[in-house]
Ligand binder design. Structure first.
Ligand code: PMP
Length: 330
């Protein structure tokens, strides 16, 4: 690791993957990553007043192509998140995709990549209001394979933390400050030897993982918490719903989930852009179903991987190629 990745106290500042990041879109143009810096006075740092997206681009070795997954859908949700904090993004969905394509071409990534667009209150000064303040928009990308180390055998626990409520910080938006809630749940799980946390609502029903949606399979039906259960309305979950319906003929319903239903489920999973689809094989040390990845989640993982790499023609509209002339005109 280079010396630049440590501060004067020797603390690690950058993880290895981030060292491969050379550019950012920052204040309206692509700049070297070293130039994409904000002041310590920035409103967003002090109050968590930023919203972000988490996207992926997938490498397809057969086509030698990098595909951005569901760019327009991520942009639509980013805009909605921004609205919650009274911010606007001065781009259309098409312009946003062009910027992404341009950034990824600069990076010349030929591997799976995670993309992080961020809209933040750029006001310099003190004061907690969010109305009538300037905001900025930035994007960077890092190479990323699996986010969870055991995505085919994830060991989860119920968190002692509860999910933030829509009356506090709306989980429907990807609001930076609300991720303190996710961070507390995630680190508690990791420090107790688990891979991931399942977080309950104030009323004791399941909401989601620290940064992923959650679902179970019982008697052949997939059940996920309702969209009013203080969850992020996940784009991966929407993809899962389509694949279950169109490719697998499996019914998916939204319904409140009790803790004991999870213990008695046949299968369980997390899904999200980062975790992709992870099979949960134990919860609180109790095996889920057989204690091994089950058939529904196994098939979903296979279909999802093919979909995001542009290998299923019927879902080709969801993927945006980076390395073509047309991608700059699209
Ligand atoms: N819930 C939370 C809290 C998340 O951070 C994420 C990741 N963005 C998800 C769910 C899954 O959302 P998506 O499938 O759109 O990535």
């Amino acid at each position: 690791m280079s010396v630049h990745n440590r501060n004067v106290k020797g603390e690690q500042l950058l993880e290895a993957a981030v060292m491969d990041t050379k550019f950012a879109f920052f204040e309206g143009k692509i700049v070297p990553i070293e130039e994409a810096k904000v002041s310590v006075m920035t409103h967003a740092i002090h109050y968590g007043t930023a919203v972000f997206a988490g996207m992926r681009a997938y490498w397809n070795a057969d086509e030698e192509q990098l595909f951005i997954f569901r760019s327009a859908d991520h942009f639509a949700r980013l805009k909605q998140s921004a609205r919650l904090l009274l911010m606007d993004i001065p781009y259309t969905a098409q312009e946003f995709t062009h910027i992404l394509v341009d950034l990824l071409r600069h990076e010349n990534f030929r591997q799976d990549t995670y993309i992080r667009p961020l809209v933040y209150k750029s006001y310099l000064g003190v004061g907690v209001k969010i109305n009538d303040l300037p905001n900025e928009f930035t994007i960077f990308a890092v190479p990323m394979q699996d986010y969870l180390s055991h995505s085919d055998a994830t060991q989860a626990c119920f968190s002692t933390w509860r999910r933030v409520d829509d009356t506090m910080i709306p989980p429907r938006g990807k609001i930076a400050g609300a991720y303190v809630n996710s961070a507390l749940a995630k680190s508690e799980a990791l420090m107790n030897g688990f891979d991931e946390a399942i977080v309950l609502n104030q009323d004791g029903h399941v909401s989601e993982g620290s940064a992923a949606n959650f679902g179970i399979v019982r008697q052949g039906v997939v059940i996920t918490p309702p969209r009013t259960a203080n969850v992020l309305e996940g784009i991966t979950l929407r993809t899962v719903a389509t694949l279950l319906h169109e490719q697998m003929g499996v019914e998916m319903i939204e319904h409140e989930i009790d803790r004991s239903e999870v213990y008695n489920a046949d299968e369980a999973f997390f899904c999200g852009t980062g975790v992709q689809i992870a099979a949960v094989t134990s919860v609180d040390h109790r095996p889920i179903g057989t204690g091994k990845m089950g058939p529904v989640v196994g098939e979903l993982r296979r279909l999802y991987d093919a979909t995001v790499r542009g290998k299923l023609p019927q879902y080709r509209d969801w993927v945006q190629p980076v390395y073509t002339e047309e991608s700059m005109k699209a």
